[in-house]
Design a protein around this ligand. Structure first.
Ligand code: TPP
Length: 346
């Protein structure tokens, strides 16, 4: 494990180690982060207008998420949490379903056929076990696909983290655990979460590699994830990646983070913005223009506006549907509940 996080670009966009990426790839990663930020701000605004229920913003974490999902192949699986819309969308989960889920519509959790992304987990840590099961299935089927799971620093205090990590180590599963260490689990700071110096080092206890990466450096995250993917596909087992990042906004739209965080601290992380550093790098290579910026912003906005329209215009929900898909034959209690619910519908 590295004592210092892997970093390629510093906060000013200057390379501190060799840049392996082609400029076109850097532009793609940048554009994906811009799109994600527009989605995030739109979703937060919709919540304030009463058009979404609570929403968990990920501003500041775009590099961790885009860097995690960018090099996955279609057949790979992504199993993430309520804060990971950017990664989920990049791997194919439609924006409108991410929005519909936050509108309280169950259909937001129905992944379209052929998209290897599980619906967002609200249960902190529970999804890591699902990811381990999926990775094990890929290994048994010998199909060379891997599973990636994303979770926060708080989730590492759950028993599920231990179980998934232990199982993955023993069975040498083709999977990557990505901890987005954003410094906080609601109001609990990272230092109250674990006495370990890093979260990455926990991998050693389970018999596999842990890597610390600058989670606001999309090039570094992408590079670390690509190396981890290679190891997993070569049968060399799992990797735990700890991406050091920061949640710029509240835990959710229901949280007042000014009650537990210093403004100055937030501002210092704003200067470490993951989009700015890539923009500066692109500018230094004549690969950015104000016109291109405005084109990608407009294209992202219109894509997201369409998603909002589609999510808000889903055909009315049949209340009885919430009972389908759990049991082949409903239990007497559930049958009774369905009848009652259908009464409300008419
Ligand atoms: C099993 C479980 N316990 C508690 C909660 C309530 N809860 C929701 S988010 C959260 C904090 C999670 O923090 P972290 O894992 O660091 O992820 P972040 O929200 O920072 O992305 C808690 C305790 C929950 N959803 N599930």
């Amino acid at each position: 494990m590295l004592a210092e996080p892997t970093r390629i670009l510093d906060a000013d966009g200057s390379p501190v180690s060799e840049v392996e990426h082609e400029l076109d790839t850097v532009r793609y990663l940048y554009r994906s982060m811009v799109t994600a930020r527009i989605f995030d701000r739109k979703a937060s605004a919709l919540q304030r207008q009463g058009r979404l229920a609570t929403y968990a913003p990920f501003e500041g974490q775009e590099a961790s998420q885009i860097g995690t999902a960018a090099s996955l192949k279609e057949e790979d699986w992504l199993v993430a949490s309520y804060r990971d819309a950017a990664a989920m969308n990049l791997h194919g989960y439609p924006w409108e379903l991410l929005l519909a889920g936050r509108m309280g519509d169950e259909r937001g959790g129905h992944t379209p056929e052929g998209i290897n992304v599980l619906p967002p987990s609200i249960t902190v840590g529970g999804h890591m076990i699902h990811a381990a099961g999926i990775a094990w299935a890929q290994k048994i089927k010998k199909n060379n696909a891997i599973a990636v799971t994303i979770f926060g620093d708080g989730a590492t205090s759950e028993g599920d983290f231990h179980e998934a990590m232990n199982f993955a180590g023993v069975f040498e599963l083709p999977m990557i655990f990505v901890c987005q260490n954003n410094g906080w689990a609601i109001s609990t700071p990272r230092e109250r979460q674990t006495a370990s110096e890093t979260i990455a080092q926990k991998a050693h206890a389970y018999g596999f590699t842990g890597v610390l990466v600058d989670g606001n450096d999309v090039l570094a995250v992408d590079q670390v994830i690509r190396h981890s993917i290679d190891r997993a596909r070569q049968g060399k087992g799992p990797t735990l990646v700890e991406a050091l990042t920061y949640r710029i906004r509240g835990h959710t739209t229901a949280d007042d983070h000014s009650r537990y965080r210093e403004k100055t601290h937030i501002e210092s992380w704003r200067r470490n913005d993951p989009l700015n550093r890539v923009q500066k790098f692109l500018k230094a290579h004549d690969a950015w223009s104000a016109q291109w910026q405005s084109e990608i912003e407009q294209s992202a906005s219109s894509q997201i506006e369409h998603a909002v329209t589609r999510a808000e215009n889903l055909a009315p929900f049949d209340v009885g549907e919430i009972f389908s898909g759990s049991f082949a034959e409903l239990t007497p209690t559930l049958l009774e509940q369905r009848q009652e619910a259908e009464g409300y519908d008419s």
